[in-house]
Design a protein around this ligand. Structure first.
Ligand code: GLN
Length: 488
């Protein structure tokens, strides 16, 4: 059951083979046995989860079931949820119990899904390894010496270790896709604006986007059906006709043109990642797709551009954490200014402070034109590369991450090395494009490899179709790190 798809779970619930309370209890038990070692969850609240499960059972009994009714979903601790501790992985919010629900949480509540806990993450979603969390690093369930990726590392780990059938993540520069790749699961960052950012604690607002993380593309489609929707409380939320993201899953792939950017297959990618990605591409050829060489000449600029723009927006967004209204406040201070200083010095970790410093610098008088404005112009060029490429192909494929999961501690003292983990994922955020990662095998030390698929705006249903067809002929997405939990 821990390995079942969302559809299988829904059928069992509907046919009353199992109740939501039983299902929730089973996953909670599994979480309790694994979490002390893996640290995927910051908060578990059995009472609240089971109360939701009871409501779900009533919905099912009265014939009001939605495909996700009664199914446990883990929520990244960046989403505000009423009555739940909502920390964003930071000491700054270590005492913050949210008085309201994020739109994403509201949506899951409306369909009767069960919030099974809040997952660990890099502090304020800044990081690529989950090591900047105030609550300590998460371990990769495939190899506990390795990082799970970040910043949605807790969600990725929880799904990979089958502690939960599905989870949410957020992706500013790769934080859904990169941990999905490193933990061998599937994840999608939708087109910017599709999932409301209301109640999702802001990192870099023009890049942040919520999305689902699960075992398969089919599961992602069911989750997206719940998460996507217009919300007037988010000024960048898109007003569009609702779509059924499962509608194209079963379509054959004939006529599919896959763009392979020559820049992606250049130096930098480790051989073991390249061979898994190439094997996946060969599989797509067998499924009838044709390959087209495309070029994304500004790819190399995406890291410098992102690391100007994201910190600039973060420095502004994080100014609200001042110890006055909510969150952490230093216990000793002399006057108001000293209270601000001590609160922020004690409440934020090193990586967050680094971003605030960089962001404040690039926005300051005299540097704004040289850095911030320049980065905005380059952002446009990066987006135009994709517009050109999509004239020749339907989707772009490549590796999600240049290497498999690295060891805990290996890059935590070298921010630049850490930033390079995002080379393949960041451009999609800068352009606002939908992008996903699916598992396609194992590389060095038997650690998972992810295939990155970028689509044109609003092509989520097509991308999920492309991923699903691959998952019909392969079984990477069904593999779990068995040794870790079957013995327990
Ligand atoms: N790793 C990137 C960063 O540190 C992306 C994080 C994210 O997508 N939230 O900013």
């Amino acid at each position: 059951m821990l390995n079942a798809s969302l559809k299988q779970l829904a059928t069992q619930l509907l046919e009353k083979k199992i109740s939501s309370v039983e299902l929730t209890e089973a996953f909670l038990k599994h979480i309790k046995s694994l979490n002390p070692e893996l640290n995927a969850f910051i908060t578990i609240n059995e009472e609240m989860s089971l109360a939701q499960a009871q409501v779900a059972d009533k919905m099912i009994a009265s014939g009001q079931a939605h495909p996700l009714t009664g199914i446990p979903v883990a929520q990244k601790d960046i989403f505000c949820a009423t009555g739940w501790l909502t920390t964003c992985g930071s000491k700054m919010l270590s005492n913050f119990v949210s008085p309201y629900d994020a739109m994403v949480i509201e949506r899951f509540n409306q369909v009767g899904a069960v919030n099974i806990g809040k997952t660990n993450m890099d502090e304020f979603a800044m990081g690529s390894s989950n090591e900047t969390s105030y609550y300590g690093p998460v371990k990769n369930p495939w190899d506990t010496l390795a990082v799970p990726g970040g910043s949605s590392g807790g969600s990725a780990c929880a799904v990979a270790a089958r502690m939960v059938p599905a989870a949410t993540g957020t992706d500013t520069g790769g934080s859904i896709r990169q941990p999905a790749a490193l933990c061998g699961i599937s994840g999608i960052k939708p087109t910017y604006g599709l999932v409301s950012r209301y109640g999702m604690i802001a990192f870099a607002s023009s890049l942040d986007q919520g999305g689902p993380m699960a075992k398969s593309a089919e599961d992602l489609a069911l989750l997206l059906n719940v998460m996507v929707g217009f919300d007037e409380r988010d000024s960048t939320s898109l007003q569009r006709e609702p779509e059924d993201y499962t509608r194209d899953l079963e379509k054959p792939l004939g006529q599919l043109r896959i763009g392979l950017p020559k820049e992606y297959f250049a130096k930098g990618m480790s051989n073991n990642v390249a061979s898994a990605v190439e094997a996946a591409i060969a599989e797509y050829r067998k499924l009838g797709a044709t390959m087209v060489e495309v070029s994304l000449p500004n790819t190399k600029l995406s890291i410098p551009v992102y690391y100007v723009l994201a910190p600039a927006e973060a420095s502004s967004n994080l100014s609200r954490f001042d110890g006055v209204r909510y969150g952490y406040r230093a216990s000793r201070y002399t006057d108001l200014e000293d209270m601000y200083k001590k609160t922020r010095a004690e409440g934020f970790g090193a990586e967050v402070k680094r971003r605030i410093l960089i962001g404040t610098y690039v926005l300051s008088h005299g540097y704004y034109d040289a850095y911030y404005l320049q980065a905005q112009k380059l952002r446009r060029l990066i987006a135009s590369d994709f517009t050109e490429a999509f004239k020749q192909c339907d989707v772009i494929m490549g590796p999600t991450s240049p290497a498999v999961a690295f060891n805990l501690g290996e890059r935590s003292n070298d921010p630049l090395q850490m930033y390079l983990s995002d080379i393949y994922t960041i451009a999609a955020n800068l352009a606002g494009l939908p992008a996903m990662s699916i598992p396609v095998g194992f590389g060095d030390k038997n650690r998972p490899v992810g295939l990155h698929i970028v689509g044109n705006y609003f092509k989520e249903a097509r991308m999920l179709n492309i991923a699903h067809q691959y998952q019909q002929v392969t079984d990477w997405h069904l593999r779990a790190p068995v040794g870790l939990f079957e013995a327990k």
